[in-house]
Design a protein. Sequence first.
Length: 330
Amino acid sequence: MIADLLHHSLISHALVVVCACIVDFFVGDPLFIPHPVVFMGKLIKRAERIFRKIFPRTHTGELIAGFFLWLFVCTVSVLFPLIIIYFLSKISLLLAFAVKIFLAEQCLAARCLDKEAMGVFCALQRGLAEGRRAVSRIVGRDTQRLDETGVIRACVETVAENTTDGVISPLFFLSIFGIGGAFFYKAVNTMDSMIAYKNSTYLYFGRCAAKADDVANFLPARIASLLMICASFFLRLDYKNALRIFLRDRKKHASPNSAQTESVCAGALGVRLAGNAYYEGKLEEKEYIGDELCAIEKDDIKKSLRLMWFTYALFLFAFLAVIFSTLSPK
């Protein structure tokens, strides 16, 4: 019976997605097993050294080197799980199915995001210094200048933004393109976080990685935003304000995608996010997202996480609805 289900590609794919989400919800990433992103990071660092040696250190040379790095890392990242699954399927379909679930779950980060955000919440209960240390694990800005409100705001922003990057985008690629698609997205996103900096080292070398990440997240970010507005309705948050702020503030970010879910979260919670922040000691001026209808509080961290989980669930529900409609007899 199980073997028959696994032979049906669409049912098998749906089972992988659902099981991966269930494992992510209850377990998350086991710390004793190296995460694929760690290997991607090592691959990116070694490949960077090689491609920088091959191409001249001119603006054009760095653009080309960055493109070939991106192409190489994406190719290796996609082939890696596909080759493993192919050979395991020759031994046992059940074994290949189990490994596919494990690899798929490794691409999802909802439980990890929840754990880190709740770590900030609990740390703030012990004091501001603990809160600053905890939030520094999940944000890129300087945290030593932040007061309690700043720590909470930074945490809520991260949860809102990563509802796209860490949850809906990888789930989108997994659902549409399978395990290879999920690993492709993780490679794109990892390169963006490692080499897509606007400084003298990566301004040209990392441009392909930055643009590719913008393209990869474009559709998932907007799907996540619409689902989050629906989630705010079911959670009895201010869904009308969420829609209003989304329509008004969704473009208030250097990235075309980051403010999409941030604006919905800010509107649903009735708080103001973003604004000026320090990075490596330098002040970076940013527009505010949302209106300060109420003061941001520690409980807003929990509310943002509930929004994230409900958005996650709505996407999975929509995915299953499409699968069942496809399988139903005409």
